[in-house]
Design a protein. Structure first.
Length: 76
């Protein structure tokens, strides 16, 4: 699932401008995407549409998984 999140974020910003932290607790996994200040708007998108789309894709990809995945986008 990390590869999917990384691939989606790479479509908007270069690899050196973000990092992904994984927090795992039981059956829930949180991906914290830390994006540089200058590029955070590209990842969030207008009215949050891009970030909502990333979350929807991750949720759809994890439907058959026994874990719950969530994505948080924060400024680094």
């Amino acid at each position: 699932m990390r590869e999917l999140v990384e691939y989606l974020v790479k479509q908007f910003v270069d690899e050196e401008n973000f990092e992904i932290l994984i927090l795992e607790d039981g059956n829930s996994v949180e991906f914290k995407v830390l994006v540089d200040k200058d590029y955070i708007a590209k990842v969030i998108g207008k009215s949050g549409k891009t970030s909502r789309a990333i979350r929807s894709l991750v949720r759809a990809a994890s439907m058959n998984s026994d874990k719950n995945y969530s994505v948080y986008i924060q400024e680094r």
